[in-house]
Design a binder for this molecule. Structure first.
Ligand code: NCD
Ligand code: ZN
Length: 455
């Protein structure tokens, strides 16, 4: 007979545990916010609470290393409260937030302030990116000390808050970041090409979605991926290619990895599942995102690269905007981006249901690979004993349709509007605490913690 003192906090019983290596019926024992043991149901200790998984799949929470949660500065598009609610519903338990806020996350003070702001609202755990610019190379080490989880380099930026630094500054900064040991995530497009083409297209009176695609020609990203792989090899700075959108980059990524460059890459559901053929359904200009969703012929190779592990992980580039910002007649005035954290898992599980990937593959690309790349493994992204009990229960039989009006983001215009999905998160736990149950938020804002500074 167990005494109260012997009992653990929680057992999730009667599930199917999924790791990148496979699936097996089992249970998870949780105590003090950490996984104590995994095993068969009858091997579990007595628990103060038992959750019957009802035969559903049990996976580590998804980690999205590329989100724009908009605060400070743009609370009308999204807040940490709304975004992390969307994430919890979507089975995401950890995010890394991009620095193109206002003020940009470009100093130690800005890192500290963003962590404080996010800590008061977040339902899930989070890290913040520090911005790499021409004027703040001396701020990189202080930002790391203040708790930045990684850095972001905007090659290919037209945003004055986070301009693209010159290559000399990039090289110096990468040498510095190599010493700090953090990873540098890169928006890999060539700013010169983007600027030149935009001016040429505007001068020619072009103002359509196709002009955006011509501006962001394949060569603009191929060149930047090639350059950043070379700079990474030269400086020893670990790099991560953000939002890979182009099949012509894939041989460069493969070649860099073969050479031993510490380079990882992500792609997003919109590059895997959409093409310009979807523009009309999506509402034309609303498909605008940087880099662009390209013509048919890219999604298939990108999907194959993600399946094979050449592209390491799935992220979302969650970038919400209000309907007014997305529905503009001019492509140049149409805001680029859309929300993603709430829909990514459903969309990818639909691919699992269709037999395009296995559930263990999904766990590798959504949980384990991002944790490994950003130094979080095995604390995040695994079901190993001793690690944070960030756990998601999945119902592979849950069918529904994506509707913007049902999303929790403030800026909710989505190119996946009306898409049928199969498979969804039905419960999300962060460090052993249930934050989402059956599609409802049950956690408290402020439960989420910053990644940095915790052992
Ligand atoms: C992002 C945004 O709106 O913050 N938009 C986008 O189209 N991807 C900016 C970015 O990721 O560069
Ligand atoms: Zn982004």
């Amino acid at each position: 007979m167990s005494t109260e003192a012997d009992m653990v906090d929680l057992v999730i019983a009667n599930g199917i545990l999924v790791t990148p290596d496979g699936m097996a019926p089992g249970a998870v024992a949780i105590d003090g916010g950490r996984i104590l043991a995994i095993g068969t149901d009858d091997a579990m200790p007595q628990a103060r609470r038992v959750i019957d998984a009802g035969g559903h799949h049990v996976i580590p929470g998804a980690i999205d290393v590329h989100v724009h949660f908009r605060e400070p500065g743009f609370s009308h598009k999204e807040t940490w409260a709304s975004a992390t609610a969307a994430a919890a519903i979507g089975g995401v338990t950890t995010v890394l937030d991009m620095p193109n806020t206002n003020p940009p996350t470009a100093t130690a003070q800005a890192v500290t302030q963003k962590i404080a702001l996010a800590s008061s609202q977040a339902l899930i755990d989070f890290g913040v990116y520090g911005y790499l610019g021409e004027d703040n190379i001396a701020d990189l080490a202080p930002m790391a000390r203040a708790g930045a989880s990684a850095f972001k380099l905007y090659l290919g930026s037209d945003n004055p808050l986070v301009p693209c630094p010159n290559d000399g500054a990039v090289l110096d900064a990468m040498a510095e970041i190599a010493k700090l040991g953090l990873r540098l995530t890169v928006h890999a497009e060539n700013t010169g090409i983007l600027r030149w083409r935009e001016a040429r297209l505007r001068a020619a009176g072009r103002d359509d979605l196709e002009a955006h695609l011509e501006q962001h020609a394949d060569i603009a990203t191929v060149e930047a991926v090639s350059r950043i792989a070379l700079f990474s090899e030269w400086t020893g700075c670990k790099v991560h290619i953000a939002h890979e959108s182009c099949r012509h980059s894939l041989p460069l990524i493969a070649d860099a990895k073969r050479r031993g460059v510490d380079l990882t890459a992500e792609t997003c559901p919109h590059y895997l599942l959409l093409s310009t053929d979807d523009a009309e359904r999506v509402g034309g200009n609303a498909l605008r995102v940087k880099p662009p969703v390209r013509g048919a012929g890219h999604a298939g190779p990108l999907f194959d690269a993600l399946s094979s592990g050449l592209i390491d992980m799935i992220s979302t580039d969650h970038a919400p905007y209000l309907p007014d910002e997305k529905r503009q007649a001019s492509i140049w005035r149409t805001a680029p981006g859309f929300p993603g954290v709430e829909t990514s898992m459903r969309l990818m599980l639909t691919q699992v249901a269709q037999g395009r990937i296995g559930l263990p593959d999904y766990v590798r690309m959504a949980c384990e690979a991002p944790a490994r790349a950003f130094g979080l493994y095995p604390r995040k992204g695994s079901l190993l004993p001793g690690t944070d009990a960030d756990i998601v229960l999945i119902d592979m039989a849950a069918t529904s349709t994506i509707k913007a009006a049902e999303l929790h983001s403030i800026g909710n215009v989505t190119p996946f509007e009306g898409m049928a999905t199969t498979g969804a998160a039905v419960m999300t736990l962060v460090r052993g605490h249930v934050v989402m149950d059956a599609g409802r938020i049950v956690g408290e804002p402020g439960w989420g913690r910053p990644l940095a500074g915790r052992g």
